[in-house]
Design a protein around this ligand. Structure first.
Ligand code: CMP
Length: 139
């Protein structure tokens, strides 16, 4: 089925001017960028977005990292978009990511791993709603 997923190009990637190269991976895989905005997240926004990780030891560092520079927040649409995006991103830890994936090519570390993607259709709907009004999504 045609699905939507939320993607974030993280500060390590915007800092290295990699937005276009990452978008090319998405588009070459058949995903369509149907909404996109560049933003500077506040600590409150990043903390709320990653609230599921609040008890994890890396939470504080993650919020600092995600607010360390601009991000590009996107809605990707396509057949099986959630799984397809996870496939092209590769594993969270770039050392474990398959060759050719975004994280294998571009990530600096398990934290500065260049991209975020929703991990389920249900989380995708919540994450999209967190950042976008329906009127900002233009298939
Ligand atoms: P993301 O897919 O955005 O979801 C949670 C983020 O936490 C993850 O990518 C990484 O940027 C960051 N992170 C830092 N350390 C870890 C870790 N040990 N395990 C998982 N995620 C981590």
């Amino acid at each position: 089925a045609v699905e939507r997923t939320l993607s974030i190009i993280k500060p390590d990637a915007t800092r290295r001017n990699l937005t276009g190269k990452i978008n090319a991976v998405f588009e070459d895989s058949g995903l369509r960028i149907v909404a996109q905005k560049r933003a500077q997240l506040s600590p409150a926004q990043a903390g709320a977005f990653y609230a599921v990780h609040m008890e994890r030891p890396f939470y504080g560092d993650l919020v600092s990292f995600m607010t360390s520079g601009p991000v590009v927040i996107q809605v990707l649409e396509g057949e099986g978009a959630v799984a397809k995006n996870r496939e092209v991103m590769g594993a969270t830890d770039p050392k474990k990511a398959d060759a050719g994936t975004i994280r294998a090519q571009f990530a600096e570390s398990i934290e500065a791993n260049s991209v975020h993607g929703s991990d389920s259709a249900e989380n995708a709907a919540n994450e999209i709603r967190f950042f976008f009004a329906e009127t900002e999504i233009l298939p």
